[in-house]
Ligand binder design. Structure first.
Ligand code: DUC
Ligand code: ZN
Ligand code: ZN
Length: 488
């Protein structure tokens, strides 16, 4: 029997904080040696001239998720995870969405049932909470956390999804007690509604008006409130899909103060802008997402905030809806913009875009690329015990990137079920050419070698807030509040 099942030879290996030349030896699905000149393997992959990087972890995507009005995403767990794998990912964390009246146990069981027979790469779930009843707060959330679901998402807007501030505080309290992370869709509901009413009343119904209908001030206000609530309880919050400089600055300021605040942005806010929505007919609906695309100056600010570390997480927010009655236009072929399904595809392009336009163009280092692709996510979302870096003992989840391969992005080269990419026509240099999951080659020579159901559910650990001291508010501190213990 060979010493290794696989050796990846002669590549440039990079993690979030180091780059070196080495061979990687893999045994029983784990990285078992990192050294020069490893031999005695069943399979040797020559990676000379290539980068050997941790498999990407996609931490924000909507897969086989039904909306509160019953609309299903175009991708199921097969097409989405195949597409993710072609984009250099070996793990996804999509959402399991509670709708009002549903038990978390029922929702989780249903999403496990969707993912298990179809996912070709590893996965976990964040749970969306829309109905924080006493039962959900006292029993269901703790039980989900004990099952390795250590993050929850809440919405501050949308009638069927939103929680109010008091409900958010209750969710944050449970999350604090059990070491979970609360992800927040931060937009001010009233400001969005006011804008939408004004636009519709004045007959501005075309898709492009979606952009001004969610004003930048709405995002900033809600991010400010989220940070205030999370900081009040000294429990971590992660603001998802940040699209504005004002929002990013609030996150940066909170982090500077040591508060437990994380920020995420997405490729659409770095590579697209709202003017692109000014298209004939309903074509602009393809670019309706929430928060919406902003102007070119905002796009440049978001790039800067990614470069300077304000955002620790960079996710696709893959939310695939086709431009037909199954998706974007479910409310009719000429629906007004508030009735258009929100979301863009991007699970396959997330990393190639960042590698090409971020790393190869000198905007970020290779190590920063790896941190955004996998390293930061594995720490923040409790996957660091098994994923996120090429380290002896961890899963051999690896993507081998060819930094010289240049390709034009077209919808028909994507592997999702969309038939549309917002990045059509971009020339992208640097692609993952071989992808390995737990030591098995799943993509090579543009061919998929993974079966449906090959992916495993991964139990995640509590959120890691090392280096974020926070502080207990005096009113919650028994030493300062006449001895009241809030049992936090
Ligand atoms: N929020 C998301 O996270 N994704 C798609 C649309 C939305 O509102
Ligand atoms: Zn959202
Ligand atoms: Zn999303």
């Amino acid at each position: 029997m060979s010493k290794f099942d696989l050796v990846i030879a002669s590549g440039t290996v990079a993690n979030s904080s180091e780059t070196f030349q080495a061979d990687i030896g893999v045994k029983n699905g784990k990285v078992s040696a990192i050294a020069k000149n490893l031999t005695d393997a069943e399979l040797v992959i020559d990676a000379s001239g290539k980068y050997v990087l941790p498999g990407g972890i996609e931490a924000h995507c909507h897969i086989e998720q039904e909306s509160s009005s019953g609309l299903m995403t175009a991708d199921d767990f097969y097409s989405a995870t195949v597409s993710a794998a072609y984009g250099g990912n070996t793990c996804v964390i999509p959402f399991a969405a509670q709708h009002r009246g549903q038990s978390l146990a029922h929702v989780l069981e249903s999403y496990h049932g969707r993912a298990k027979p179809k996912a070709v790469i590893d996965y976990s779930f964040h749970m969306i909470i829309t109905d924080p009843t006493d039962d959900v707060l006292n029993y269901e959330m703790p039980r989900a956390i004990s099952q390795g679901i250590t993050s929850f998402k809440v919405y501050m807007t949308y009638d069927r999804l939103k929680v109010d501030d008091q409900q958010l505080l209750k969710i944050l309290t449970v999350a604090k007690k059990h070491g979970a992370l609360t992800m927040v869709h931060a937009e001010n509901d009233a400001m969005n509604k006011w804008m939408i009413d004004k636009l519709i009343d004045s007959d501005h119904t075309a898709p492009k008006y979606h952009a001004p209908s969610h004003p930048r001030a709405s995002e900033a206000e809600a991010i400010n409130r989220t940070i205030a609530l999370g900081t009040f309880l000294d429990t971590p919050v992660l603001i998802v899909h940040v699209s504005t400089e004002a929002g990013a600055r609030l996150i940066a300021k909170a982090r500077y103060r040591g508060q437990k605040v994380f920020g995420e942005t997405c490729p659409q806010y770095m590579f697209l802008h709202a003017e692109q929505m000014d298209l004939p007919g309903m074509q602009g609906a393809n670019l309706c997402c929430s928060p919406p695309l902003r102007d070119r100056a905002s796009r440049d600010e978001i790039w800067r905030c990614l470069q300077n570390g304000t955002f620790q997480v960079y996710s696709s927010d893959h939310a695939p809806y086709r431009l037909d009655s199954t998706g974007k236009l479910h409310a009719g072929p000429n629906a007004s913009f508030p009735k258009i399904a929100n979301g863009l595809p991007g699970i396959e392009m997330r990393l190639p875009l960042l590698f090409s336009e971020g790393y190869l163009k000198g905007r970020i280092s290779l190590n920063h690329f790896v941190a955004l692709a996998a390293g930061n996510v594995s720490k923040i979302y409790g996957l660091d015990h098994c994923k996120g870096s090429i380290t002896e003992g961890k899963d051999a989840d690896i993507a081998i990137w060819d930094p010289t391969l240049s390709r034009e992005v077209t919808a028909d080269t994507m592997h999702d079920d969309m038939g549309f990419t917002p990045y059509e026509g971009m020339q992208i240099t640097g692609w993952p050419t071989t992808v390995i999951q737990r030591g098995r080659v799943i993509i090579r020579n543009d061919t998929l070698h993974a079966d449906r159901g090959a992916g495993n559910f991964i139990r995640r650990q509590p959120v890691d807030c090392t280096g974020m001291p926070g502080r207990l508010e005096p009113e919650l501190d028994p030493n300062c509040n006449f001895g009241v213990d809030f049992n936090l």
